[in-house]
Write a new protein. Structure first.
Lengths: 175, 355
């Protein structure tokens, strides 16, 4: 159980700051985190207005940070630890896989967790079905690296047939 | 696209027209989108990145809702050319410095640019002169709608458009306005304005500067939040507050003119003089002097130079632009001389043009 860096209460928020020169980790309790927010500086680079410079994760339940860090997305393989240290997610499915940790984070960043803006024309469902392709590609990649060529061939077939089923080979052909 | 042909010109968004163009230099809207069936860029290896780029490039280049594009293979460009595009605000620094297949589609007038394989698979940007967020939104929506006809974007009903960084999820929109606020900086009232903006979830960044110190008194104001509000609400959030800042800056400028006209006029004239005659000048100082001159034109204390010329100089005096103009790599000292030469010539040419 990590202690808060500023007082000695248990730390419930785990912040990863990304600065030039590297990544810096900070563990704070709720109160000290509020103070940290009030005094935090704006990021340096005026051109990266778009990237976040810190990720603050609040643990719920009994899970330790180390346990959480080991969990990973079955689709793209990114571990939670990797997400925390680079501030970027690996694939759309991560939003489901890491939902418990991401919802409070999103609440902190945006104050809301329900989208009420524009919708794409295709139902969200068709978007979800395509995530399977991410997993298949990752498995294919691993099979090739491990020289399991039979498995790789089967995976390739699965990818082709799923793309065809989803109508991707018609709409989104590569030229 | 022949980048060298861009050297003497500037994007239409710098032409200094558009509402409130004395203080609002430009408006910008950006949308982030990812394809559902690929991992995000950080987990995409080189082969995948190539596949994503090829696919998106073919869709982007066929868009009828957008002006005709030139496509640039950013991975293949020289470092100086990438820097050149960053200075023109057509790609981000991240896009320039990243690795793997990536490109950008740019309109002739440089008001639309689509980056492929930056932080997200697709980042669409529309830039217009003055305060014209509605105009930006109309055009960017048309482009997004047309892409949406053939592409399936990563999306879920709860969280909206899914992006590589949680700070962009939901609408994936970044709405910003670039303002010139020399009077607020001069009277040190700028921090009051920033604190007020921060309280309503708007981010303020200095352009061309480090930390909160802006070079040339140019500031970019944009939304922090992208989830839980609609795109129109986020745009309105900025539209509602920018007029107040404009009023504030104008009020302080008027006061400065009333109370300190002589000192102000002197400062502006000296700045103009330095730009016209210096033999060597750093980019920091150039920004500073250009800021004074720009204000001077708005206050009618300078009457033989136009805003478009000043806007252009902000871009053309930057390092990659100068090096491309002189077609050689220049060290800092040589650049400072080249910059001064360029300023003397350009200002001599442009004097006599007015707004």
């Amino acid at each position: 159980m990590k202690k808060c860096r500023r007082c000695s209460k248990p730390a419930t928020l785990h912040i990863t700051e990304m600065r030039e020169g590297g990544v810096h980790e900070l563990h704070l309790c709720e109160t000290c985190y509020q103070e940290y927010l009030d005094f935090s500086e704006t990021p340096d680079d005026p051109e990266t207005t778009d990237s976040s410079s810190e990720i603050a994760i609040e643990l719920s339940g009994d899970q330790t940070l180390d346990e959480l860090d080991q969990t990973s997305c079955p689709n793209c393989g990114i571990s939670f630890r990797e997400f925390r240290s680079q501030g970027r997610l690996g694939c759309p499915h991560d939003y489901t896989e890491f939902e418990n940790e991401l919802l409070p984070l999103l609440e902190n960043i945006h104050g809301e967790t329900q989208h009420c803006g524009k919708l794409p024309t295709r139902a969200a469902d068709s978007s979800h079905r395509q995530y399977e392709l991410i997993r298949l590609r990752k498995d294919l990649q691993q099979a090739v690296t491990a020289e399991e060529y039979e498995a790789a061939a089967q995976l390739r077939d699965s990818i082709v047939s799923l793309e065809s089923e989803l109508g991707l080979t018609d709409d989104e052909t590569t030229d | 696209m022949d980048l060298d042909s861009l050297i003497p010109v500037s994007g239409s968004w710098l032409r200094g027209t558009g509402p409130d163009a004395d203080i609002v230099v430009s408006s910008r809207i950006r949308l982030a989108r990812n394809l559902a069936r690929f991992p995000f860029i950080s987990r995409a290896d080189d082969d995948l990145r190539t596949e994503i780029e090829t696919l998106l490039k073919s869709q982007v280049m066929e868009l009828s809702s957008a002006p005709p594009f030139h496509y640039l293979d950013v991975a293949d460009l020289e470092q100086i050319d990438r820097q050149f595009l960053v200075e023109r605000q057509l790609i981000s620094r991240e896009h320039a410095d990243s690795h793997g297949s990536r490109g950008v589609a740019i309109s002739e007038e440089e008001h639309v640019s689509l980056m492929i394989n930056e932080e997200d698979h697709l980042r669409i940007q529309v830039l217009q002169s003055g305060l014209s967020l509605d105009g930006c939104w109309d055009l960017i929506q048309q482009i997004d709608n047309q892409l949406d006809e053939t592409l399936t974007f990563a999306f879920n009903e709860r969280l909206g458009y899914l992006t590589a960084c949680p700070t962009n999820v939901g609408t994936g929109i970044r709405v910003s306005v670039m303002l010139h606020l020399p009077a607020l900086v001069l009277t040190k009232e700028i921090n009051k304005a920033f604190n007020a903006l921060h309280k309503i979830n708007l981010a303020v960044r200095g352009l061309y500067g480090e930390g909160s110190q802006a070079m040339g008194d140019f500031y970019q104001i944009s939304n922090q939040i992208t989830l839980g509000k609609s795109e129109q609400q986020l745009i309105d959030g900025l539209k509602d507050v920018i007029p107040n800042i404009i009023k504030y800056e104008r009020k302080v400028r008027d006061e400065l003119v009333r109370k300190n006209r002589r000192e102000l006029h002197d400062q502006i004239s000296r700045a103009y003089g330095i730009l016209q005659t210096a033999q060597t000048i750093s980019s920091e100082e150039t920004m500073q002097r250009l800021s004074s001159v720009r204000m001077g034109i708005n206050l009618e204390l300078i009457d033989d130079l136009g805003i478009p010329a000043v806007n252009e100089l902000l871009i053309h005096t930057q390092p990659a632009h100068l090096q491309k103009l002189y077609n050689s790599e220049l060290e800092v000292r040589e650049r400072n001389e080249a910059r001064a030469t360029f300023l003397r010539r350009r200002l001599a040419e442009r004097r006599g043009e007015q707004n």
